[in-house]
Ligand binder design. Structure first.
Ligand SMILES: Cc1cc2nc3c(=O)[nH]c(=O)nc-3n(C[C@H](O)[C@H](O)[C@H](O)COP(=O)(O)OP(=O)(O)OC[C@H]3O[C@@H](n4cnc5c(N)ncnc54)[C@H](O)[C@@H]3O)c2cc1C
Length: 355
C-alpha cells in the first residue's frame, strides 16, 4: 500500500503565510515529501501589505518621501508659550500614535518598545509598491496552490485520529470554511493577524477546537494591538480650480496641532476625529494626492464615515487652517477634494486591527 504524502495547509496569504509557503515549496525534495496548500479568506494575496492604484498613482510607494522636504511653519490664532509647548507635545504624541498604532500611548509597554530596532541604512521605497515583494514570493508557487476566498471559521484538531481513523481520511486536522465546506490536513500553519487570533480565542468564537492551551491564549491576550488607517485624498482638477493648479503655492506639508484645552471653541467646525491627526500632505512634491494617518478611536470613526462626510470634514479643516497662506495673495479659492480612499484595517474581519 502506498502511503499518502502528508498535507500541510497554511492559513493566510500575507507576508508570513507566503514566506512559509515559499520556503517549504522551494525546500529540497519538498514535492516528494509533502503536499502544500495555502487557504486565504480574502480575494487577494498580501494581507496587510497592499498597493492600490488611486488617480494613476501606486499608493504605498511614497509614504515617507515628504520627510526631507522644506517645512514652512504657519500658525493660525494666538499661541501663548505654554499652549505652544503643549501643542508641540501633542503633535509628537499624535505622530507616535500612528507609528506605534497605540490609540493611547500610556497603554504601550515601554520595555518592549525599547527592544524595537530599526534596520540600519537608508529607508527605501519600492518603485512598484510593496506588493511586488509579495508577488515575487508567490511567483514560485504553482497555480492552484493558493486558494482565495477560503475563510476558515474553525480549526478542529483530533490528535488521536491518525491512530483510530475516526474520519474517513485519517488526518488529524479538519478545517471548516465559511461556505460550509471542509478540508483535512496533517499540519496547519496559522498566520492570521493578532486581531483575528484575539477574536478566535473568545469563548463564543469556537475557532479552535479544542481551545488553545492557556499559555498561548494568555500570550495572545496580553499582546497589545491597535488600529492605524491611511486616508488618501485627490485634489480636484476641475476647471474652476485651474487657478489652484497654476498657483505658485502648492498644497503644503500641513502639520496640524490644536490648542489642547479650548480647541473646540476656536474652530468649532473642525471635526473631533481630525484633531489628533498629525499631518495632511502631498505624497510627494506637487502631487495632487494627499495623505493623512489616523490612529485609535479616530481611525475607527474614519472607517465608519461615508466619503462625503470625510470630504466635508477635511475641507472644513483645510479652509480653517489654510485661509491665510494658500494662494491667498491672488484671492484664489481654497482647494477642493475630488476623491477619497481610506483603509479599513480595524473593522475588516480578516484583520481587526494592524499592529
Ligand atoms: C499602514 C501599515 C503600515 C505598516 N508599516 C510597517 C512598517 O513600516 N514596518 C513593518 O515592519 N511593518 C509594517 N506594517 C505591518 C506589516 O504590514 C505586517 O506586520 C505584515 O504585513 C503582517 O503580515 P502577516 O502575514 O503576519 O499578516 P497579514 O498580512 O494580516 O496576513 C494574514 C492573512 O490571513 C488572512 N486571514 C485572516 N483570517 C483568515 C481566516 N479566518 N481564514 C483564512 N484567511 C484568513 C488575511 O486575509 C490575510 O491575508 C504596516 C502595516 C500597515 C497596515
Amino acid at each position: 500500500m502506498v502511503s499518502k504524502k502528508p498535507r500541510i495547509v497554511i492559513i493566510g496569504a500575507g507576508m508570513a503565510g507566503l514566506t512559509a509557503a515559499n520556503k517549504l515549496y522551494t525546500a529540497t525534495c519538498s514535492k516528494e515529501l509533502f503536499e502544500l496548500l495555502v487557504v486565504e479568506g480574502g480575494t487577494r494575496i498580501g494581507g496587510r501589505i497592499n498597493t492600490s492604484e488611486f488617480c494613476g498613482q501606486g499608493l504605498d510607494a511614497y509614504w515617507r518621501l515628504t520627510k526631507d522636504e522644506k517645512l514652512a511653519v504657519n500658525g493660525v490664532g494666538n499661541w501663548s508659550g505654554k499652549s505652544l509647548e503643549e501643542a508641540i507635545f501633542a503633535m509628537h504624541e499624535n505622530t507616535q500614535r500612528t507609528y506605534t498604532s497605540a490609540g493611547d500611548l500610556r497603554t504601550l509597554d515601554y520595555d518592549a518598545e525599547s527592544e524595537y530596532k530599526m534596520f540600519p541604512g537608508e529607508e527605501i521605497t519600492i518603485a512598484k509598491g510593496y506588493l511586488s515583494v509579495i508577488e515575487s514570493l508567490a511567483s514560485v508557487l504553482p497555480s492552484g496552490l493558493i486558494q482565495l476566498g477560503r475563510k476558515v471559521v474553525k480549526i478542529e484538531w483530533q490528535p488521536e485520529t491518525k491512530n483510530t481513523e475516526i474520519n474517513n481520511i485519517g488526518l488529524p486536522v479538519k478545517l471548516h470554511f465559511c461556505d460550509g465546506s471542509t478540508m483535512y490536513a496533517d499540519h496547519v500553519i496559522v498566520t492570521v493577524s493578532l486581531g483575528v487570533l484575539k477574536q478566535g480565542i473568545r469563548q463564543d468564537s469556537g475557532m479552535f477546537s479544542p481551545p488553545l492551551p492557556s499559555f498561548k491564549t494568555k500570550a495572545i491576550s496580553r499582546l497589545g494591538y491597535g488600529v492605524v488607517d491611511k486616508l488618501f485624498l485627490q485634489l480636484s482638477t476641475s476647471n474652476d480650480d485651474q487657478e489652484i493648479n497654476d498657483c505658485k503655492t502648492k498644497f503644503p506639508f500641513l502639520q496640524m496641532i490644536f490648542h489642547q484645552s479650548d480647541s473646540n471653541l476656536r474652530h468649532p467646525k473642525i471635526p473631533w476625529w481630525i484633531r489628533r491627526t498629525a499631518f495632511l500632505s502631498p505624497i510627494y512634491s506637487n502631487s495632487r494626492v494627499l495623505l493623512s494617518w489616523f490612529a485609535g478611536k479616530e481611525a475607527l470613526h474614519l472607517e465608519s464615515l461615508n466619503d462625503e462626510e470625510i470630504l466635508n470634514g477635511v475641507s472644513t479643516t483645510v479652509s480653517n487652517l489654510l485661509s491665510h497662506n494658500l494662494c491667498n495673495s491672488a484671492g484664489i479659492p481654497q482647494p477642493k477634494f475630488a476623491k477619497v480612499l481610506r483603509t479599513k484595517w480595524g473593522t475588516d474581519p480578516l484583520f481587526l486591527g494592524i499592529v
